[in-house]
Write a protein that binds this ligand. Structure first.
Ligand SMILES: Cc1ncc(COP(=O)(O)O)c(C=O)c1O
Length: 321
């Protein structure tokens, strides 16, 4: 058991050994990632892990889905690199694209924000492109635990440890405010990642690591995931049923949001009606950079069923009005 008092100096920048051991065990069991606890680094979340990887890479931009995870694109830019937009949904970046890039940022279990899982053929293709160009693949595995129907597809990292850096997060199982995640870097990069974390003192807060360790040990995280998978599957079906006649729904296979494509005008009307009812529903265009598409990204993780129904009713009023 770790001491209950904060360490007097900076703690081990890799993270609490007990937490790294539990994370490694869960990664092996749930994600097919075969790593030793010594290879796991505890971070302050997904973007912190990305921030620690970027300076360890050779110069060059990073390929990011467009639309894609906004915080990842912002982290790349703030890290002093360009972003190469990869139109989504679509095939992963090709060898031609990766030849111009230091890395590609991917969400293979559940493309953000459209939702498909990367196919086996696309996984093999992007790994081959990474091997032939040397560009690193950064796997953001943010919500794979919440796959509704079947066990999630094993992580891309499980196919090639040398080409993929794996990022996990507690933001979906506990809360984004927790600011806790984990990173498994390829063996060739881990020394430089450790150096960056050591010289910047940029590691996860000790009390937060202790809190997450307790939540894992007493089964809270597993309980949340088991219960939420069912609830989220039902909510996703409700969103799809309510909006399917108005636009192109992307019925999700996992997670806590569903995306529907609409015209720009219909999107505006729906958002305004939702806002009048007290709900702020993000537009798909907010996730886009050079490939603008319109529609709604309807999140249903932090609400009640009643609130979701009220928000959907408002969206439909706006669409039909
Ligand atoms: C695609 C994606 N990745 C990762 C995260 C979580 O990031 P963090 O761990 O920095 O909170 C989110 C949260 O919304 C997300 O949408």
């Amino acid at each position: 058991m770790a001491s209950s008092r904060p360490p007097a100096g900076y703690d081990d920048p890799r993270g609490l050994p007990e937490l790294r051991a539990l994370v490694a065990e869960r990664l092996a069991r749930l994600r097919g990632v075969d790593c030793d606890p010594d290879e796991v680094r505890i971070t302050a979340g997904t973007t912190a892990g990305l921030r620690h990887l970027l300076p360890a890479l050779p110069p060059g931009p990073v390929a990011v889905d467009d639309p894609g995870y906004r915080a990842a694109a912002a982290t790349v830019v703030l890290g002093g690199r360009g972003v190469v937009d990869v139109p989504a949904p679509g095939p992963p970046p090709s060898a031609d694209v990766l030849a111009r890039c230091a890395a590609a940022y991917l969400t293979p279990a559940h493309q953000h924000p459209f939702g498909p899982t990367m196919s086996g053929a696309d996984r093999l293709a992007v790994l081959a492109a990474s091997r032939s160009t040397g560009a690193l693949l950064v796997e953001d595995d943010y919500d794979s635990e919440f796959r509704y129907d079947v066990a999630p597809v094993p992580a891309l990292e499980s196919l090639d440890r040398d080409r993929v850096a794996y990022l996990g997060t507690a933001s979906k199982t506990v809360a984004p405010s927790m600011r806790l995640g984990w990173l498994v870097a390829p063996p060739a990069l881990v020394g430089e990642v450790d150096r960056i974390r050591r010289v910047t003192h940029d590691s996860a807060a000790w009390p937060v690591q202790r809190a997450f360790l307790a939540l894992l040990r007493d089964g809270y995280v597993d309980k949340v995931v088991r219960a939420a998978r069912r609830v989220y599957a039902e909510r996703a079906a409700r969103v799809t049923a309510a909006l399917a006649t108005h636009g192109r729904t992307h019925g999700p296979v996992a997670g806590m949001y569903a995306t529907v494509e609409l015209s720009a005008d219909a999107t505006r009307r729906a958002q305004e009606a939702a806002r009048r009812a007290g709900y702020d529903v993000p537009g798909l265009a907010d996730y886009c950079r050079s490939h603008v598409r319109h529609g709604l990204v309807v999140g249903f993780g932090g609400c009640t069923d009643e609130q979701l129904d009220a928000a959907l009713a408002a969206l439909v009023r706006g669409l039909e009005g």
